[in-house]
Design a protein around this ligand. Structure first.
Ligand code: GDP
Length: 191
């Protein structure tokens, strides 16, 4: 089961940081129209998260950053939107990649899988990648099967999830899931 699990951790809203546990950058990659802007806007207006200016604690809507309190530790997450699939993805100084496609657009999915293949070949397994299928609200227009996505995610050692940025479905879970994965990746639990 490689879907991101539901956010069960302690997540609260915060607008002022006393001690910041990490500043992480996340690239949101996908073809035009898949919903990158809609998703980032939902992250910014999440009822659980506070977007604030790291310098003085003021709200700042222009910055694509949110503070997320997870398990008693606050982190800042910055999102960078990337549309050009020819972009040099591996050289981006980011902690995680969200590779987005739209469930009703097969081409966007094929390009997402190409990007996933290219990224894993270039960066290996040391950075977090989440394959994000958007527009799950358009169920009757679905062209990408859940089984296929799970298979691809397994093959490329990444998480996958289906969301709707449009109706804010599973968006908070994704935000918290990315942070959890980044923290786990940087501080692996030794068993
Ligand atoms: P971008 O080009 O990847 O940044 O895509 P946008 O965020 O601009 O979204 C493209 C179009 O898809 C817009 O008309 C959005 O309103 C619409 N859209 C985005 N997310 C969803 C969704 O989850 N469901 C539906 N039905 N439409 C969406």
């Amino acid at each position: 089961q490689r879907f991101l699990s539901d956010a069960s951790d302690d997540t609260t809203c915060s607008t002022v940081s006393s001690s910041l546990f990490g500043y992480y950058r996340v690239a949101v990659i996908g073809e035009s129209g898949v919903g990158k802007t809609a998703l980032i806007n939902q992250f910014m207006s999440s009822e659980y998260m506070g977007a604030f200016d790291i310098n003085n604690g003021c709200l700042d809507d222009d910055e694509m950053k949110v503070s997320v309190m997870l398990n008693g530790e606050e982190s800042m997450m910055e999102f960078i939107e990337i549309e050009d699939s020819k972009h040099d993805l591996e050289s981006l100084m980011v902690d995680a990649y969200l590779i987005m496609y739209s469930l009703n657009d097969l081409t966007s999915y094929q390009i997402a899988v190409e990007n996933l293949h290219r990224l894993r070949s270039d960066i290996g397994t040391d950075r977090v990648i989440v394959l994000v299928g958007n527009k799950v609200d358009l169920a009757r227009q679905r062209l990408v099967s859940v089984e296929d996505v799970k298979h691809v995610a397994e093959e490329y050692n990444c998480k996958c999830t289906e969301i709707s940025a449009g109706i804010n479905h599973k968006v908070d879970e994704l935000l918290v899931g990315i942070l959890r994965q980044i923290r786990l990746n940087l501080n692996p639990v030794i068993t």
